[in-house]
Structures are given as C-alpha cells and as structure tokens.
Design a protein around this ligand. Structure first.
Ligand code: URP
Ligand code: ZN
Ligand code: ZN
Length: 476
C-alpha cells in the first residue's frame, strides 16, 4: 500500500477556551481538518495526535474570525492611493482578528463594470494574506452597467453593489439612477450598499464655507450636517420600497438622525440594514477636529465625525444592541498625514477622506463589551456573523462543523495601547493614538492555518483566497 493512502488529515485543535458564537457560549474545543471546522466538542474530550497543531486558548475567548465588509486597500482616488496595499492591509487585518475582508471594484462613469472587476481582482489576488471578496461600485449607472453588475452574481460570486448619493461629478448617482439600480437589486436579490449623504447640498455648504475662509479641518464635519445624512437615508429607503423592496444597506452610518430614519423605514417594512464604524463610536468632532493642521486632517472622513454633545455615540451603541445597526465595519481608508492628507494643501475640502482602522475594529468594539454596552455574543455577531450572513459569505462568521476554520483566540484581560509606532498598518499616524484597549488578539487561525500567534505573523503573501459570495438568504 503506498504511504500516502494513510496520510492523516492536517488537524488544528483549539483547546481550553470559552467558545463564543453569536448564539451563545460554551466550554468547547474546536477541531479543524483541511481548512474546515469538523467538530465542536466539550472541553477536554479531544485527544491530540502526532502532527496535530494544538492552540492553547486557556483563559481566552474562542471566536469566529472577524469579517470586515467595508475596506479600501490601495484605493486610487485620482490624486493619491490609500496607503495600505492588499498585502499590508490584510496583514494588519489579521493582527486584529479579521480573517475576511470585502473591498470594492470601482466602475466610474463611462467605464466598463466587468473590466473594473477584473482589474481590481488582479490587484488583490497575489497579495492578500486573509480571504477576500469584492463589492461592485457603480459610479455610472447605465442599462449596460446594471446588466453587467447583475451578471457578476453567477459569473464572479459578487452579490452586492455600491451606490453613492454623495460626491457629485465623481461617483454620484441621481435618484433616477439609484431607483433603476435598486429595481435590479429587488429583482436579483443583490444587496445595494449606499453611501447616504445629500451630496448636492453638501457641495453648496462646502463652497460657501471655503468662500468665507472657513477651511480648518472641523469645517469638514460642519458642512456635512447629520440632517443631510438622515435625508439621504430616508430617500434611499423610499426608493428601495418603490423599487419593490430592494435589499438596502446603509454604509458608515454616523448619526442619531440617520439611525432614526432606519428605525422609521423598518417600521414600514423596508428591507434595510445599516453598519456603523468604530470611528463613530469612539471619536468625535470635539476630541479631534479642533486640533488644526496637520493633525486635524487625520480625522477627515465621510460620513464625518459628529459632535459628542448631540448623543450620537450613545445612540449608536444602543442601535448596535437592538440590531438597528447590524454590522460594524471599518471603512478602512488610510492616508499618510503630510504626504497624502495634506498633499493638496491646508483646506478641508481638498483633503483625501478616510481613516485607517482595519487592525483595531475587533478590539474597539470589545471596549463596548467591557463597558457593558454589548454582550460577548453581540460583539461576535456585529464583527463576524452578521456581515458574513448579509453579504453571502456562507462559510464565514461562525464556528460550527462545515464552516471555514477561521478562528480567533482572544485574551480578554490583556491591556494594550494603540500607537502608530506599533501598529501594522502602513500608516504614519493613528486616529486612535494613545487609546488603551482591554482585550487583545492572541492567535489567529485562517482556514486551519495559524497566521498570527503571540504578536508574530506566520502567514504568507497571497495565501488569502478569493471568496465567491451568494445572494444573502437574509434579504430575499
Ligand atoms: O472617508 C471615507 N469614508 N473614505 C472612503 C470612501 C467612502 O466614502 O467610503
Ligand atoms: Zn462612503
Ligand atoms: Zn468606504
């Protein structure tokens, strides 16, 4: 008999931890073979054999590898490129316990959807160290663009598009284009992600602020008031209903005002979901935008940071608890301070928008557990299970037989401090500099392979696989 007939499966066994899933917690060990979870058994009941990799999780939580459904690696803005490559950004993601990212292919007005997808997929393919997928941005909604986008479901496993109600002249779609796109989504089951801000009104406020000489970083937030986010959420929800109840997902929701519109739309039966991001839960206009140049530029992102005095953060935590907000993503979009954020000058309207945070989402949301805002199960759900479910990542976001063996061992007691000097993102500053975190990733397993352990990266460039995604079972 040839020797290979007896080859043992490659097993990774995670022992002695507290398994936390969205549905509950138990003292269980997790057995993984050939990249999948094969069994979840009572603690201490699995016998490790020779050749098995044993991951000791004593004193730790064992949670599903997190899914970041909104990132922008090496995003070409036209004047610069976001500073994390797919390689550096996914290494940082891995250090933070994220084992799947979903980035964006971007079709611009006049451009071809299928070509934009192929180009973006080729950029990511040899670089990612964790698994990855792509949403399809439609920056020029035409009948052909909609046909092509729809064909991506079967062709490439892309089950979501993204539309912009902001950025007129760039990625903006008018209401007619959004309605047509939502009709396609209602028909196909694709998820329509929407950047909901009234871009035309914002541009007027920006023009007026600049004309009056009000160009300091805080005017980025002041010219994007919560009312203009709420109005756009309301309009998107109306269009989704008129389109036949298209699956609608509001990205980077930042304000109480916008959240109220989600609640109202749900009460009318709208097929609406929303994400928020750590920056809206932890950072604010007062804390950061009063700093002036150059540091204030670090906090310029859209939707913008809101005033701490208006209770947005309190309401967003509450929305996460009650599932008004289904997901926390990062909207990771890093730009270095002087070379990029300030490359076009010291005026808020010319600063590239975005904050880097792919490495710290799981930790920053864990602070909500520490503070009593969220249960452990809800932490797992918003960081892993819900994004996987909503975006059709059927083998991700949970630890159960048959799922991909993406597992994080999380030490709840370890205390660390965020600093640009020690983070792994290719970013020369951190919007969270000096934040003290309780809880830290100890070990990260991606499809059965240990890729981070005790502060060391043990994976390799290009090991991440493209993940085909189905239309979400939750939205049909
Ligand atoms: O400021 C942000 N969010 N930049 C990234 C692009 C977007 O609008 O999501
Ligand atoms: Zn956006
Ligand atoms: Zn974004």
């Amino acid at each position: 008999m040839p020797a290979f007939a007896y080859a043992l499966p490659v097993r990774t066994i995670i022992t002695d931890g507290l398994l936390v899933r969205a549905t509950g917690r138990s003292e269980s060990d997790v057995v993984c073979e050939n990249g999948r979870v094969t069994s979840v058994v009572p603690r201490g009941t699995v016998q490790a054999g020779p050749g098995d990799t044993v991951v000791d999780a004593a004193g730790c939580y064992v949670v599903p590898g997190a899914v970041d459904a909104h990132v922008h690696m090496q995003l070409d803005t036209g004047t610069t490129v976001s500073s994390d490559t797919f390689e550096s950004g996914t290494i940082a993601a891995a250090f933070g316990g994220t084992t799947t990212i979903v980035d964006f292919a971007e079709q611009r007005a006049g451009g071809n959807v299928l070509e934009s997808f192929e180009k973006r997929a080729a950029e990511a393919a040899d670089q990612c160290v964790v698994d990855w997928g792509l949403h399809q941005v439609l920056g020029g909604v035409t009948p052909q663009a909609l046909l092509d986008a729809r064909s991506l479901v079967a062709r490439e496993g892309v089950s979501s598009i993204k539309l912009f109600m902001a950025y007129p002249g760039r990625l903006y779609s008018d209401d007619g284009q959004i309605l047509r796109a939502l009709q396609m989504c209602a028909d196909s089951g694709m998820m329509a992600m929407v950047h909901a801000e009234n871009g035309l009104a914002i541009d007027v406020l920006v023009e007026q602020a600049v004309a009056a000489g009000n160009i300091t970083p805080d005017f980025h937030s002041r010219t994007r008031p919560p009312e203009l986010e709420a109005e756009a959420v309301h309009r998107a929800a109306v269009l989704s209903r008129v389109a036949g109840n298209a699956p609608l997902y509001i990205v980077h929701l930042s304000s109480s005002d916008a959240m109220r519109e989600v609640v109202e739309a749900r009460s009318r039966g709208t097929n609406i979901f929303a994400e928020t991001c750590p920056q809206y839960l932890h950072l604010s206009l007062e804390d950061h935008l009063g700093r002036g140049w150059p540091d204030g530029a670090a906090y310029i992102c859209s939707t913008p940071l809101r005033s701490r005095h208006e209770h947005h953060q309190r309401d967003l935590w509450s929305g996460l608890r009650d599932d008004t907000l289904a997901v926390v993503s990062t909207d990771h979009c890093p730009f270095c301070l002087r070379e990029q954020k300030l490359m076009n000058g010291e005026s808020f309207d010319v600063v590239p928008n975005g904050i880097g945070g792919v490495e710290h989402r799981v930790d920053l949301i864990h602070q909500g557990v520490v503070a009593g805002e969220l249960t452990l199960e809800r932490w797992v759900e918003v960081c892993a299970t819900a994004p996987a479910r909503l975006f059709g990542l059927s083998a991700k976001g949970d630890i159960a037989p048959g799922m991909d063996a993406d597992v994080v061992v999380y030490d709840p007691e370890r205390v660390t401090t965020i600093s640009a000097a020690s983070h792994h993102m290719n970013l020369d500053h951190s919007a969270y500099e000096g934040f003290e975190l309780r809880g830290a990733v100890r070990t990260v397993v991606s499809r059965g392979e240990v890729i981070v352990d005790g502060g060391e990266f043990t994976g390799r460039r290009g090991r991440g696989r493209y993940v085909r995604r189905d239309v979400s079972p939750q939205v049909r």
